[in-house]
Design a protein around this ligand. Structure first.
Ligand code: DGY
Length: 326
């Protein structure tokens, strides 16, 4: 492609160099270099006139954004597997292709879910804080008593790729029984994990640990509210590495404070970042980490490759590696 006919692409945060290099071979690339996401005005202004946008999950890609970028916009490639930040229906209506990065972050995200699970069960963050605070005086026969995992029941909400990777860790590694809810039953997974497809109510009441791996959509927004937490065992642990809006944060804080459930581990919150004065941050039985599910060197590099390839293929009018338009 001649220099002056290069397509313009805006990348809304710096991503690993392999992805940027790939884009630069064929496109004129503008990158937002800030440590924080661009504010709305900057996002719209910098993307205006571009043919492609490589977006982050923190960017709202809505009709107003599409209007302001202009009718030449051909592709929005999200640097994430989730794409709830993009109005895909509207993009499709306008002929804008939307890409995501599934597959490559499955194990990294399941690792973080499992790390949170074992952290909450064995009170690792809580006990570490006590060491840092100078409170470790002696070996305690009754100190920091936690929960065993082996032989317990894990309830998985959403048995897609990441849910299955979590089930594999829990069942194969720790001998846990697996219950799951999903859009439909997954007979092949039932074979691998000896898993039972159950109703949400049954999952809530029978599970010792619950891990959320579903998409955020109209039917999962606020799925874990006061009534869901009340149905859970008082010894249960709740893990969410999917999207923060799937749980109601105030209801979760109340359930943890009132002893309706034992502990929670969150890689995702609503909003992100969680405000410093959020009640969850005062609770010893709640572990919050800053949305790092996919944050490994190999995973982020693989995401960068796919996100760049999604842009290049769409601009060349070829099939994208991962397109989410219906
Ligand atoms: C995703 O990809 O959707 C994760 O939440 C962030 O890596």
């Amino acid at each position: 492609m001649a220099e002056d006919s290069k397509r313009r692409v805006f990348v809304s945060r710096r991503i690993p160099e392999n992805g940027l290099e790939r884009l630069r071979t064929l496109c004129d690339v503008d990158i937002w270099e800030g440590d924080l996401p661009p504010d709305r005005e900057t996002l719209c202004t910098r993307a205006a006139g571009c043919h492609g946008v490589l977006s982050m999950l923190s960017d709202a890609i809505d009709p107003d954004f599409m209007d302001r970028v202009g009718p030449q916009l051909q592709v929005v490639s999200n640097y994430a597997v989730g794409f709830n930040n993009i109005d895909v229906e509207e993009a499709t209506r306008r002929g804008i292709r939307v890409g995501n990065t599934p597959g490559v972050l499955t194990d990294a995200t399941a690792d973080i879910a499992f790390a949170l699970l074992i952290n909450c069960a064995r009170r690792i963050s809580e006990s570490e804080r006590s060491v840092h605070d100078g409170k470790w005086k002696t070996w305690e026969p009754l100190g920091f008593i936690g929960l065993d995992l082996v032989g317990k029941t894990i309830g998985i909400v959403g048995l897609g790729r990441i849910g299955q990777a979590m089930a594999r860790r829990c069942h194969g590694g720790w001998g846990m029984d697996v219950l799951y809810t999903s859009r439909s039953s997954k007979p092949e997974a039932e074979g691998e994990f000896d898993a039972d497809y159950v109703s949400m109510d049954e999952l809530l009441t029978r599970s010792d640990f619950i891990s959320v791996h579903c998409d955020l959509n109209n039917s999962t927004s606020g799925l874990f509210d006061a009534s869901a937490f009340q149905k859970m065992k008082s010894t249960a642990v709740f893990i969410n590495t999917a999207r923060g809006s799937i749980h109601n944060q105030n209801d979760l804080a109340a359930a943890l404070t009132n002893g309706e459930i034992a502990a929670a581990g969150l890689d995702v919150t609503d909003p992100e970042p969680i405000p410093a004065d959020d009640p969850l941050l005062d609770l010893q039985n709640c572990v919050v980490i800053p949305h790092i599910g996919s944050a490994t060197v190999d995973t982020r590099a693989a995401m960068a490759d796919i996100a760049a390839e999604n842009v290049l293929r769409a601009l060349a009018d070829e099939p994208m590696p991962h397109c989410v338009n219906p």
